[in-house]
Design a protein around this ligand. Structure first.
Ligand code: GDP
Ligand code: GDP
Length: 439
């Protein structure tokens, strides 16, 4: 599992600047999707070979009693409790504030490892920018400039070393079947995740649960259906009691993020008896950002009036239009309806994510697309698209080569994406388009 780093600090110290810097590589995927309103709070980053998850906890008011600040504080507390490491950011230009002390007290009580980081320190001397902050008793501060990038890589390297040192020694994970499709079932509480797990496993031949030697309370379950092997990844808050699974923990953002990042295909469950909530949209946003293949199960479809069915369809179109690359299935985990087609879509989403496209095939599709519709001129410049090759899988990345490609607008990029998606039947996986200009 990837280590989780939480960014904590009062408003305006530079948390989101640091967050953006750490997760920059992911932006390309989501930059120009219409309909996706999200606050960027969760992301994946990578330094060298080491991937990690980052949470930006937003502005932190540990003492707020109610209202939105209280709600945020609650979420911050949960994120801190579940993180491997906390990066506590203070503002080197402003110096120490009483609020920083309150946060320090809270962090001390949490028992987490904390790295104290003084931001906005570009052009300043270490001793003068840090002097104030020794009073917090958190040791030697790191100094960085999130805006300029100074010190950021070193900070992350060190924090990852520390995060790994916190972990129990890695028990040799039994290599679960390499060819099995790893599925993470995610969704907010009560959408029917545990019911679905029970239905799936009740119908199918379970190969192993609770494999001995796996870390602590993680559960990975292998099962087989119609000759295909699947592994259900440890799903947030679901635990086994005897032979059945039930939701016993409260919803955990961190667990959800981790299981998404370990999966090949994410199965997002929604509750058709309720409107799509902000929490649903947040989880959906993170799935999108992770680049994982996705299938959506609209659960509890049993016993809905036709009016309600129409309502929820409109609600889905309105709030989750940015997931249009995925298949939506109306299912009932309880009555076990719609499960067959759902699993078929999981198979095809997996296949799409793993597609291997040759350069000649991609180039042919590219030239066809251009013939159907030319990119617009920008001033006197007309971009020239020459050829395409595949730059990665899961999600597939199509790299397009040519000249003056920076003049291509978001609309045309979406057009190309759609063209490739249709030509190669890439349903259920995000698809990334990148441009490489010769000159
Ligand atoms: P957050 O509220 O903690 O997420 O803070 P933001 O990331 O939104 O940053 C608040 C302000 O500080 C913005 O105007 C940033 O441009 C600025 N800022 C962030 N990092 C730096 C830095 O390293 N140096 C300077 N001078 N300004 C910074
Ligand atoms: P979880 O918190 O996501 O694991 O949700 P549960 O599986 O515990 O389900 C929450 C509640 O929804 C339980 O009372 C289930 O019986 C009910 N439920 C789950 N799936 C369905 C379904 O397909 N139809 C109906 N009507 N109820 C369901």
């Amino acid at each position: 599992m990837k280590p989780v780093i939480a960014l904590v600090g009062r408003p305006n110290v530079g948390k989101s600047t640091l967050f953006n810097r750490l997760t920059r590589s992911r932006d390309a995927l989501v930059a120009d999707l219409p309909g996706l309103t999200r606050d960027r709070h969760y992301g994946e980053g990578r330094i060298g070979e080491r991937p990690f998850l980052v949470i930006d906890t937003g502005g932190f008011e540990p003492v707020a009693k109610d209202g939105i600040m209280h709600e945020m504080a609650k979420q911050t507390k949960q994120a801190v409790a579940e993180a491997d490491l906390v990066i506590f950011i203070v503002d080197g230009r402003q110096g120490l504030t009483p609020h920083d002390k309150t946060i320090t007290d809270f962090l001390r009580k949490s028992g987490r490892s904390v790295m104290l980081v003084v931001n906005k320190s570009e052009g300043m001397k270490y001793t003068s920018v840090t002097a104030d902050f020794y009073e917090l008793g958190l040791g030697d501060p790191y100094v960085i400039s999130a805006a300029h990038g100074d010190g950021v890589t070193d900070l992350v390297e060190e924090s990852l070393d520390l995060a790994f040192a916190q972990r129990p020694p890695e028990v040799e994970e039994p290599t679960s079947n390499e060819r099995s499709i790893k599925i993470a079932i995610v969704g907010r509480p009560n959408v029917g995740k545990s019911t679905l797990v029970n239905t799936l496993l009740g119908e199918e031949r379970v190969i192993a649960f609770d494999m001995p030697g796996t870390t602590r309370d993680s559960i990975e379950i292998d099962f087989e259906r119609n000759g295909t092997q699947y592994t259900l990844i440890d799903t947030a808050g679901i635990r086994r009691r005897g032979k059945v699974f039930e939701a016993i923990e409260k919803f955990s953002v961190v667990k959800t993020l981790q299981s998404i990042s370990e999966a090949n295909v994410v199965l997002l469950l929604l509750d058709a008896q309720q409107d799509i909530s902000e929490q649903d949209a947040h989880i959906a946003g993170f799935i999108l950002e992770s680049g994982r293949a996705l299938v959506v199960g609209v659960n509890k479809w049993d016993g809905l009036t036709s009016d309600r069915r129409d309502e929820i369809k409109i609600d889905l179109d309105r709030k989750l239009s940015f997931l249009s690359f995925a298949k939506f299935h109306h299912i009932s985990a309880l009555k076990s309806t719609g499960i067959g087609p759902l699993m078929k879509s999981i198979d095809s989403a997996y296949a799409a994510a793993m597609t291997n496209l040759t350069t000649p095939k991609l180039t042919r599709a590219l030239l066809e697309a251009v013939e159907h519709q030319q990119p617009r001129r920008k001033g006197s410049i007309r971009p020239k698209l020459r050829y395409a090759h595949q730059g990665g899988m899961n999600p597939p990345i199509v790299v397009i080569h040519g000249n003056s490609l920076e003049a291509i607008d978001a609309n045309y990029k979406r057009y190309l994406e759609k063209y490739f998606r249709e030509t190669f039947s890439l349903i259920g996986t995000p698809l990334r388009i990148e441009f490489k200009s010769g000159k």
